[in-house]
Design a protein around this ligand. Structure first.
Ligand SMILES: Nc1ncnc2c1ncn2[C@@H]1O[C@H](COP(=O)(O)OP(=O)(O)OP(=O)(O)O)[C@@H](O)[C@H]1O
Length: 257
């Protein structure tokens, strides 16, 4: 399978995974290189979230190899994977809703020793990307809008300066203007050299900003390639067709607007 970049930061090969006796992923191979956005697209239930969960250690693969930054991480504990620099911002923005915005950001570095200077630099970078989080630092996280909560979830991950950030449906439930802001932030992270693995129901938007894409269907990768080629290829159409050949929705990517 073609992989983005000669020496990808992340390389997962021939992954099988599921829940109990239910197999979800079958022989899935994906890769992501530093400074690249890789989109995972496919219908609901195709296995995208399961793949992210498997890469971040929340699910154990039953077979396959995952190499991150030169180390095998298949079956490793989540905290070891986080420490290696692979961060997962799960769907649904798991924040400490009653804690302040500032505290939520601080909690992102839980267990990590940073000098005063390092901490300040990371906060500056976060606030540069999301100025609203500085303005609202004393408010409780639960009082933020959906888009601001998504920014806060990304900010939490940024406290650890991830090498690879996996984002599961960051646009879910956001108004279009906020989707733009979140996608812009993802582009800024890419510009800083972070690798991004992006699961996004707004497929067209995801493919616009992605460098490379994988199309999943029923737990398998049915196509992969440069995002602009995937955007205009047949596989995308096939992946979003219904059981009886009827398109699902008017077009891929209408959810979340
Ligand atoms: N905790 C679970 N236990 C059992 N089966 C699960 C569990 N989570 C997901 N599944 C099943 O695994 C399959 C893949 O789901 P997954 O959430 O990975 O797909 P997805 O492509 O991310 O879709 P969505 O956009 O709906 O989250 C589905 O058939 C789903 O029902």
């Amino acid at each position: 399978m073609t992989t983005p970049g000669a020496q990808p930061l992340l390389s997962a090969r021939n992954i099988y995974a599921g829940y109990g006796h239910v197999r979800v992923l079958e022989n899935v191979s994906v890769a992501a290189a530093a400074g690249h956005i890789v989109a995972l697209v496919g219908r609901n239930g195709a296995g995208k979230s399961t793949l992210l969960r498997t890469l971040s250690g929340l699910n154990r693969p039953t077979a396959g190899e995952i190499v991150f930054d030169g180390r095998s991480i298949a079956g490793a504990r989540t905290h070891a994977i986080v420490e290696a620099g692979l961060l997962h911002v799960a769907e649904g923005r798991r924040l400490f809703r009653r804690q302040s915005v500032a505290d939520n950001i601080e909690l992102g570095r839980y267990g990590l020793r940073l000098s005063v200077e390092q901490r300040r630099q990371r906060l500056d970078r976060i606030h540069e990307l999301f100025p609203v989080l500085r303005e609202k630092q004393d408010l409780i996280a639960g009082g933020l809008s959906g888009g601001q909560q998504q920014m806060l979830a990304i900010a939490q991950a940024m406290m650890r300066e991830p090498k690879l950030l996996m984002l599961d449906e960051p646009s879910l439930g956001l108004a279009p203007v906020l989707v733009d802001q979140v996608l812009d932030a993802i582009l800024s992270l890419r510009a800083q050299g972070v690798a991004i693995l992006l699961v996004e129901q707004m497929v067209e938007r995801a493919l616009e900003i992605a460098d490379y894409a994988y199309v999943l269907q029923n737990g398998r990768v049915i196509a992969s390639g440069p995002a602009h080629e995937i955007a205009s290829g047949d596989a995308l159409h096939k992946a979003f067709m219904g059981e009886h050949g009827a398109p699902v929705g008017a077009e891929p990517g209408v959810r979340g607007s």
